[in-house]
Design a protein around this ligand. Structure first.
Ligand code: XMP
Length: 210
């Protein structure tokens, strides 16, 4: 599903109008798409007990909505990944939480919020494959194909988005805006202000790319 550069016509709630330039994907559109993705995943994993492995922290909302729509037996675990570096570009990846469940011989669904350069998914996939699961399928809410550096694609994609730095629905800028129910584009004055300050964990205080 491709979301146009213009995004949604929905109005940004008054509370967020100074910081959020526009809504790219509404909460209704997200909910509808997640129901479709869940049906597809349920079909593919039918008859198997799956292990859902979700990357912290950006998947928090997506994961919750996705798995509540999945009526399959599943177990859930998390991997923590942080990227440190200067500016917008992610630097070295650091694992802040390791997987605890044994995935050997299991069917794994790896969930992330956004596939951007692909560096994160690439690294995490390599790590998971070494644990010898039966198969791994990848699922992301957003795909920003224009910025891809690593050769990696997701099996399930919620929305194809243009090259904007997006926030909301779990996605942050300097750890803020995760609680917005929609996916939106930040006003440039916000990231210009914050870019001068110390970094956040998953992604450093980054200047959004747009
Ligand atoms: P890569 O580049 O490794 O990115 O595919 C994966 C992680 O980087 C973060 N990311 C973003 N976070 N808005 C965000 O809030 C964005 O536009 C964005 N692009 C990348 C995110 O944590 C993702 O999992």
């Amino acid at each position: 599903m491709f979301v146009s550069v213009a995004g949604s016509a929905a109005r940004v709630p008054t509370r967020w109008r100074k910081e959020v330039e526009r809504i790219l994907i509404t909460d209704d559109a997200i909910a509808q798409r997640i129901r479709e993705m869940s049906r597809e995943i349920a079909r593919d994993f039918k008859g198997r007990e799956m292990v859902v492995v979700s990357l912290l922290n950006g998947t928090v909302m997506f994961l919750a909505d996705l798995i509540r729509n999945l009526s399959l037996p599943l177990r859930l675990d998390f991997i923590g990944v942080s990227s440190y570096g200067a500016g917008t570009e992610s630097g070295d990846l650091v694992f802040t939480k390791e997987l605890r469940l044994d995935v050997r011989g299991r069917d794994v669904l790896l969930v992330d919020d956004i596939l951007d350069t692909g560096k994160t998914l690439f690294r995490v996939l390599a790590k998971l494959k070494a644990l010898k699961p039966r198969r791994i399928k990848t699922c992301v809410l957003l795909n920003k194909a224009a910025r891809r550096v690593e050769k990696v694609e997701a099996d399930y994609v919620g929305f194809e988005i243009p090259d904007f730095f997006v926030i909301g629905y779990g996605l942050d800028f300097a750890e803020r805006y995760r609680n917005l129910p929609f996916v939106g584009v930040l006003h440039s004055h916000v990231y210009k202000q914050v870019a001068a300050k110390p970094a956040s964990a998953r992604k450093p205080a980054a200047s959004p790319r747009s």
